[in-house]
Design a protein around this ligand. Structure first.
Ligand SMILES: Cc1ncc(C[n+]2csc(CCOP(=O)(O)OP(=O)(O)O)c2C)c(N)n1
Ligand SMILES: [Mg+2]
Length: 545
């Protein structure tokens, strides 16, 4: 298939592209083999895609992975995490800590990759936000990544409309999410895609690894729908790249995405799992296990890599990434930083807001006018007190947004102050989110917003926290301050019957490690609960009302 690596200096740019792609492949193969667990097949197939996005397209500076206008890259098929570890390593992404300080060291070292899937390695089995800089969201439970990416895109729309001014495009990032069959079988992805289509999020691009394979074998056994037509029905622009190795076509499709206005883009990428492996291509075996010695030898031969070397990064690979994402990203961020300096001079208040948000700080006076309720024998319902508090907080904190899964009037989460608006495609400045009856996607989207530093809450009945639970658990793992407002928490709520009676919900939410679960006893406690929750920077909270 290919010949041995050509000497440096004599290589064409196309050869360097191929060398980088095959480096991602061989790093993935060696890491999986060393760990003796994981699946190299998908990284082998998607290396060209991830290479193209990172080295040719992403507006991302490896030196500053928390630059607020960076493009987002989400690997929703998190089992292919070696793709991300390879990209973060080869692009030289730098580490930051929870206080947003740059640490002057790589996010993922080659040694981390050699310890793939081992305790303390910065190359864990699945992408983990907060643990590895450059990971935009934790993925692994399939479907979560794509759903969360919708929140990142909503955040960009909101941020752009609040902060951009003529001549000052402070926010204009795109969110890219890579997913597989598994993500698209999961309901949460459908919920999120439906909402993204409704909202016309043209800053959102999902790339679907259409390999017809999941763990049990060919997708013909359980997944035969017409996925493309489904996305057209959702209101997405659907593109197709018929060969996952054709990086020019991939780059072209991504360019079409950036030019498409008014709707999100879905790119179907036809691929062969385990590409390059002479035996295990397109079989379930390529999915579930390391390749083994003989297979690895043949793969490396096919890629033109030395068969006896492991974790080998040929000369020229780091340089080619430096010349691509390194140079492009540094220029983009420097230009942005200059722009932001003049923006600060002209709009000091807005610039101050952008900076506070990035550190998850609250604006001065954020809790002024919070209601105080006089002693009252009968008391008022928790959700009524909550509604009053939320309305005050939304006016005091510009970047505090939220809404409900179609229960706003019952949850009392609608903002009713003068000027309060719905968030819709035509009113992206709105702060009232309408998630529709999509609790699971709501929770993931709330996470995506909070990951983008827009403080957001989602609401529904306490009983339906079950429908949101997987994303709540991830918020906790990620240590992000998502807020979930669940009303109607009484076990004995009668008329609706047992389908609406939360029996085990309080206990089960309290069992999620790291999640703050508060159940205030009266109206003033509700306000105090909010005062506490709003100050959390690294913990999600549930409010049972
Ligand atoms: C919610 C959830 N269910 C099950 C799994 C276990 N799992 C990991 S990978 C995988 C198969 C995924 O297939 P696909 O998305 O097509 O990825 P590919 O095998 O093509 O890389 C499954 C079922 C999971 N990670 N998350
Ligand atoms: Mg698949």
């Amino acid at each position: 298939m290919s010949t041995a690596i050509a000497p440096i200096g004599s290589r064409s740019s196309a050869e360097l592209d191929q060398l980088c792609i095959n480096t991602i492949r061989t790093l993935s193969i060696d890491a999986v083999e060393q760990a003796n667990s994981g699946h190299p097949g998908t990284p082998m197939a998607l290396a060209p895609l991830v290479y193209t996005i990172w080295n040719r397209v992403l507006n991302f500076d490896p030196k500053d992975p928390i630059w607020c206008n960076r493009d987002r890259f989400v690997l929703s098929n998190g089992h292919a995490s070696m793709l991300l570890w390879s990209a973060l390593h080869l692009a030289g992404v730098q580490a930051v800590n929870a206080d947003y300080e740059r640490l002057g060291q790589p996010s993922v070292t080659l040694d981390d990759i050699c310890h793939f899937r081992q305790l303390n390695s910065k190359a864990p089995g699945h992408p983990e936000y907060h643990w590895v800089s450059g990971v935009e969201t934790t993925t692994g439970p399939l479907g979560q990544g794509v759903a969360t990416s919708v929140g990142m895109a909503v955040a960009e729309k909101w941020l752009a409309h609040r902060y951009n001014r003529p001549g000052f495009e402070i926010f204009n990032y795109n969110a890219y999410a890579v997913c597989g069959d598994g993500c698209l079988m999961e309901g949460v992805a459908s919920e999120a895609a439906s909402l993204a289509g409704h909202l016309g999020l043209d800053n959102l691009c999902w790339i679907y690894d259409n390999n017809h394979i999941t763990i049990e074998g060919n997708t013909r056994i359980a997944f035969t729908e017409d996925v493309q037509t489904r996305f057209i029905a959702y209101g997405w622009n659907v593109l197709r790249v018929g060969d996952a190795n054709d990086i020019d076509r991939i780059e072209h499709a991504l360019a079409v995405f950036r030019k498409t206005k008014g709707r999100p883009t879905f790119i179907v990428l036809d691929s062969h799992i385990g590409y390059g492996s002479p035996h295990k291509q397109d079989t379930a075996a390529a999915h579930g296990e390391p390749l083994g010695e003989e297979e690895i030898r043949l793969c490396k031969q096919a890629y033109g890599f030395p068969e006896d070397k492991q974790f080998h990064i040929p000369d020229g690979v780091y340089d080619h990434f430096n010349a691509g994402i390194g140079k492009r990203g540094a220029e983009a961020r420097q230009n942005w930083t200059r722009l932001f300096e003049s923006y600060r001079a002209q709009y000091p208040d807005l610039a101050g807001e952008v900076e506070s948000m990035q550190k998850r700080e609250l604006p001065a006076g954020w809790d002024r006018n919070l209601p105080v309720f006089p002693a009252d024998a009968k008391g008022i319902a928790g959700r009524d007190a909550s509604g009053k508090a939320l309305n005050v907080l939304a006016q005091n904190i510009p970047w505090f947004v939220g809404g409900s899964a179609d229960l706003g009037p019952s949850n009392k989460t609608l903002f009713t102050y003068p000027g309060a608006k719905d968030f819709q495609a035509e009113t992206p400045e709105g702060k009232i989110l309408h998630f529709g009856i999509r609790e699971h996607a709501m929770a993931a989207i709330v996470n995506g917003l909070n990951l983008s530093k827009v403080r957001a809450f989602g609401a529904t009945f306490f009983i339906f926290s079950d429908y949101a639970r997987p994303a709540i658990r991830l918020a906790s793992l990620m240590e992000i301050p998502s807020i979930f407002v669940f009303t109607h928490d009484a076990m004995g709520d009668g008329e609706d019957g047992p389908t609406h009676q939360p029996i085990e919900h309080l206990i089960s939410l309290r069992a999620i490690p790291g999640l703050i679960t508060l159940r205030p006893g009266d109206a003033n406690e509700v306000v105090e609960a909010y005062r506490f929750i709003l100050q959390l920077r690294h913990q999600p909270a549930v409010l049972g009302l």
